[in-house]
Design a protein around this ligand. Sequence first.
Ligand code: ADQ
Length: 416
Amino acid sequence: MDWMAGVNVPDEVGQKSLTKALAEKRCIPVFLDEEIVHQYYNGYCNNILWPLFHYLGLPQEDRLATTRSFQSQFAAYKKANQMFADVVNEHYEEGDVVWCHDYHLMFLPKCLKEYNSKMKVGWFLHTPFPSSEIHRTLPSRSELLRSVLAADLVGFHTYDYARHFVSKLTRVAAFPIGIDSERFIRALEVPDVIQHMKELKERFAGRKVMLGVDRLDIIKGIPQKILAFEKFLEENASWRDKVVLLQIAVPTRTDVPEYQKLTSQVHEIVGRINGRFGTLTAAPIHHLDRSLDFYALCALYAVTDVALVTSLRDGMNLVSYEFVACQEAKKGVLILSEFAGAAQSLGAGAILVNPWNITEVAASIGQALNMSSEEREKRHRHNFHHVKTHTSQEWAETFVSELNDTVIEAQLRISK
Ligand code: ADQ
């Protein structure tokens, strides 16, 4: 299997050496220049499609500027997708299946079918697909939808997203993603991970560990989560020195002003709460702006008592799956947003919350910390079974096998 992804490397020498290095991993770069990256990736993808698909609407700040730059960003979006199509077409061999991923490549199915109507093309969306009341505010909505409809198979995480994507022509179905659960389970036996778990347990002895792991993204509801934790501390004085929240937030889209503002907002709230409830020797929140390596992450998942996933919207959310996979020994509690796709698969084992309702999330923290071991065991059993039996491998195989079974109808659809 070959992978293709967009990269920005300005000089020809750099492009050649990267192409060579990636070839060993069967990856093929699509070189996008800086202006295209700015207009296409930062602009149309991350400033328009991403918030819209997560129900945050078109960008809040300076709506007029967004409306003005819209045409040039959409033109860059189409151009970038065409560049992907050119590279795919160059490498395509008869019988190959082409799987396009995510909202960055909604224009790609149409471009590919124009090259070769016999090409098997699938498209999968990793984010939610919004209801039509939201989707119809997108100025380029018809052109994008028509392009996606050129695909032979269109996949979403949940049935609701598929339902929102109204189509009678293309095969649309739910394909809930999973994780490689065995990789997480096996990691817990690695000596380095065991040692790291021991250190974490010593470091937080006598305190319950609560954990948030997210990209520092507006959709992940990090400020809301921290405010809920503050409310919990406010209302439960006896817990103040017995619980710690570890929030690991990997910076993302750092060029986008809204994300820069989010970072400062989170820092400000964390500082205020630590000032308010911290002591000379302990702070209630440890916030890290960075990513952790795989083993460190597994150790952290394994020693956690309560995981907090409070996304305002999330296509699926794999952190919740990863946490469950690492909890066979501890059987910790998952607090999960009802607006994450994962609520439909892990809802029965988790405590479901509305992340906008800080009082409710604060109460769920109390419920999780006080939950009996029988109840935790029962909930964990349900979720662990799901995570073990719905893997990323199975997800990919099912999508590709469905795609292989589809009948080519693309030309018909494009002409409609
Ligand atoms: P994301 O929005 O990135 O994915 P998620 O599904 O939670 O969200 O996956 C995040 C991944 O990054 C996880 O594997 C997690 O371990 C890792 N990660 C996050 N923060 C980290 C940190 N600080 N350190 C180390 N690793 C970290 C998009 C959609 C989701 C959908 C996925 C897959 O937004 O809704 O579930 O694609 O389709």
